[in-house]
Design a protein around this ligand. Structure first.
Ligand SMILES: [Zn+2]
Length: 425
């Protein structure tokens, strides 16, 4: 008859509940069970592994030595792991009257072959399914952190952790500051203590990347305060002093500034929602005012002519010249190159004209006409109403010309007049 009794031999021996044999009605005191010394009693050690019962040995030390050696061997490759024999490995001590241990060496060699050294692990489960083996709880926490680091900076995560512990209202955000307000992993992610083959143990980064591949959904809500410009508006204002067709900026527009706090939802790092939480105007924009001329352009000249160029001097007067007659005056070396209408009128001709090159003729509708020749370019076309002083082209040297100048003529009722009788520099 055997008296099974629980005995702790290191951590590798299963502890049997005392009640189990008390029910058998045997008068054995567990406290004295280790004292092998009772008359005729000896202890044998039954060995179990994954494969079931292996047999019994008489010296537990041999088993312990074997286990220690196997762990030490594995440790050479997996020194960072907590190694232990497979869970199903049990040694149960039994006190027997007549030890019947046989082939002890054979049993130990079988144990050597069958016993698997495992790593104490923390199994990572996704929606209830184990997808990775991690070293421990800390590795699990680090895995979650690595997952979140794909979508937030470590500073943001630290801040978030710290803020969770705070009570009461958080201070307002600084400009360009981002604050995480919630993190939600949609799938059910959990961890459970387990054993795993040492080579199965994954590091946190690998596990995080695996979770991403498995389509883990992370929803991060943030608040962000930014400074933004407020675009100015442009309004038009009529200006009776300005001719129709002309416009100018009366007041320069200026953009304003505002501080906006946004609530942003990011799903797997992509913004999926954004709305404004607060908005504070720092500086109001200034509207741009564009003045639009409403004044009718006069088409009848005043009879008085203004200087048709920007400065310059008279390089040639009206009169005989080089065996011919010079019908106007030449103005050269100006301050600027704009050619200006000498009086109100309507453009009667505009374009290239033989020795004149590019020329413009303005009919002042009072008997007078003026001619502007050798222009580099022309700004007006036939029929245009041109008020006195308006730019009609650019001074040049087109046609028969020996240098950049304006050839300017005045006529009254078809008769050429001396421009110097009408204009003053
Ligand atoms: Zn000339």
């Amino acid at each position: 008859m055997k008296n099974a009794i629980g005995k702790n031999i290191g951590s590798n021996v299963m502890k049997i509940a005392a009640s189990a044999f008390l029910l058998l009605g045997l008068n054995v005191n567990p406290a004295t069970a280790e004292n092998v010394g009772h008359e005729g009693l000896a202890t044998v050690y039954h060995i179990y592994t994954d494969g079931g019962y292996l047999g019994a040995v008489s010296e537990n030390e041999k088993v312990e030595e074997l286990v220690d050696r196997k762990i030490a061997e594995t440790m050479e490759d997996f020194s960072e792991l907590k190694l232990e024999p497979e869970k199903s490995f049990n040694v149960i001590a039994e006190q027997v009257f007549e030890p019947t241990v046989k082939d002890e060496q054979e049993i130990l060699s079988q144990l050597d072959e069958k016993l698997e050294v495992k790593a104490s692990a923390f199994a990572l489960t996704l929606d209830g399914e184990i997808i990775a083996q991690l070293k421990d709880r800390a590795a699990y926490d680090e895995t979650i952190r690595q997952v979140l680091l794909q979508y937030a900076s470590s500073e943001e995560l630290e801040q978030w952790e710290a803020n969770k512990l705070k009570t009461g209202e958080l201070p307002g955000l600084e400009t360009d500051e981002t604050r995480i307000t919630s993190i939600d992993i949609v799938e059910d992610l959990a961890g459970v203590t387990a054993q795993a083959a040492p080579e199965e143990i994954m590091d946190a980064k690998e596990a995080a990347s695996l979770l991403k591949d498995k389509g883990l959904t992370v929803i991060v809500e943030k608040q962000k305060k930014v400074e933004e410009g407020i675009e100015f508006e442009t309004i038009e204002q009529e200006d009776g002093e300005m001719y129709i067709g002309k416009s100018e900026v009366g007041q320069e527009g200026k953009n304003g500034e505002k501080q906006v706090t946004y609530a942003i939802t990011e799903t797997d790092g992509k913004q999926t929602n954004r709305h404004t939480v607060t908005e504070e105007v720092i500086t109001e924009p200034v509207e741009q005012v564009v003045l639009k001329g409403t004044k009718e352009i006069p088409t009848v000249g005043t009879g008085k002519f203004s200087w048709p160029a920007e400065g310059g001097y008279i390089s040639s007067k009206l009169g005989p010249r080089w065996g011919s007659h010079h019908n106007g005056i030449d103005i050269a070396r100006p301050d600027g190159f704009d050619i200006l209408a000498a009086d109100h009128g309507v453009v009667r001709a505009s374009g290239p004209d033989g020795t004149f090159g590019n020329r413009v003729i303005i009919d002042h509708n009072n008997g007078y006409e003026t001619i502007y020749a050798h222009l580099a370019s022309i700004d007006v076309k036939v029929g245009d109403k041109v008020p006195q002083g308006m730019k009609i082209g650019v001074m040049g040297t087109t046609g028969r010309s020996t240098g950049i100048h304006l050839h300017f003529e005045v006529s009254k009722d078809g008769v050429t007049k001396n421009p110097l009788d009408y204009i003053e520099q």
